[in-house]
Structure formats: structure tokens, C-alpha cells
Design a protein around this ligand. Sequence first.
Ligand SMILES: C[S@@+](CC[C@H](N)C(=O)[O-])C[C@H]1O[C@@H](n2cnc3c(N)ncnc32)[C@H](O)[C@@H]1O
Length: 214
Amino acid sequence: MWMFRPLGVYRPQSDTFLLARELCCDGIRGSRVLDLCTGTGLLAIIAAYAGAESVTAVDLEGRAVLTAWMNTRLRRVPVRVLRGDLFEPIADEVFDVIVANPPYVPSADAPRRVRGRAWDAGRQGRAMIDRICAHAPGALAVGGTLLMVQSVLCGVETTLNSLRRAGLKASVVARRTQPFGPVMRSRAAFLEAQGLIHPGQRHEELVVVRADRN
Ligand SMILES: C[S@@+](CC[C@H](N)C(=O)[O-])C[C@H]1O[C@@H](n2cnc3c(N)ncnc32)[C@H](O)[C@@H]1O
């Protein structure tokens, strides 16, 4: 699907598409959907096309928010686009489906430029994932589902255990192994030094975690 995407806004790619497939499989007709970390708004638009009752898209970056807003207007789909930090703009609303492709790339420094904020996520890559695991259970309606994509490098068991401790039924529902892209290649030495990859490893596995609230 063509998307308006100015420089500095995350280009939808393999992690977006892996998550999109699960979102479409999920039978979201009539659901209240929250797309956290929306970027171009592609996942929010897919949810709207799939018949969601309402769709809310959130991003921290003004440029992404404007981009998502334009893309939803160009397609004439009713998506509420909000700017803010993860769950902060939606206060105490609850959703039937929360979909998230957060930044999850391990990084030595805090992101200095807007582009880096699309993927940099602290030394273990878990800065955003841990916050989503902590807050998503409270933002899910009874019977609701969280779908989140991440790299195996930043600890899938940690994600699953955290969601299970919060009372959700969590499992991995999709996987894809791929060669490192340019960002991961440029960090290979750091990732090796952190013990996050084996020496010489230049591929990673992406997974979609699904967590259901009973
Ligand atoms: C990996 S991109 C995913 C974009 C889009 N969902 C996709 O799959 O193509 C992560 C997005 O998270 C946004 N982001 C980073 N920190 C955030 C935060 N604290 N709250 C909300 N969005 C954030 C970035 O601006 C970026 O658009």
C-alpha cells in the first residue's frame, strides 16, 4: 500500500508486515483498536479497512503524527491520531486490540535525532517494550488482545513472563528470520560486546507476541 512518508518517519517494513498479517487474522471487525507507535499510520489504516469500530493511533514524534494524519485523511478512514508518549494521550480508555511496533533496537546512547527515535530502545532494546508490558494489561478490555512485534535479541521470554505476571495469556504467534539491515549491521560490534548476538552473527529473528486478557 502506498504511504505518504517524509524523511525521518519509519518506512513500513518486514516487522510492520509481520504484525499486519497477525492483525488481519485477528477478526477485528467491531473492535476498538489502538495502534501504538503508529509511524506512517499503516497499521491503523489496515485496522480501519478491516472493519474496526474505532481506531486510535499514537506517536511521540510530531512528524509521524502529521504523516499518519495525512495518510488516514488521504484514504478517508476515520482514525483518531494523537501525539504523545505511549499510553499517555489515551488516559484511562480501554481497547479490544492494541497493536504495537515499538522501537526495539539495542543502542548505546539515547537517540539524538528524530530518525533514531523510531528504533533506538536502550542498551537491551527493552526501554519501550517493558513500558508496554507494564501498561497494556490495564488498557485492554476484558477479552482484549495485545499484538506486539520485537526482535528475539531483546528477550522474548522476558516479554512473555512480564505479560503472564500481569495475568495475560501470552505466546509467540509469528516468526521471521532475516539478515541484518543497515541499522543492525552498523551496531554489530556493540551487539556482540553486549552478548546479544554470537560473534559473526548477522541475522535476527523477529517475533509477534500475542497476549490475551480473559
Ligand atoms: C519501529 S517504528 C514503527 C512505525 C509503524 N508502526 C510501523 O510499523 O511501520 C516506531 C515508532 O514509534 C514512535 N515512538 C518512539 N517512542 C515513542 C513513544 N514514547 N511513544 C509513542 N511513540 C513512540 C516513533 O516515532 C516511530 O514512529
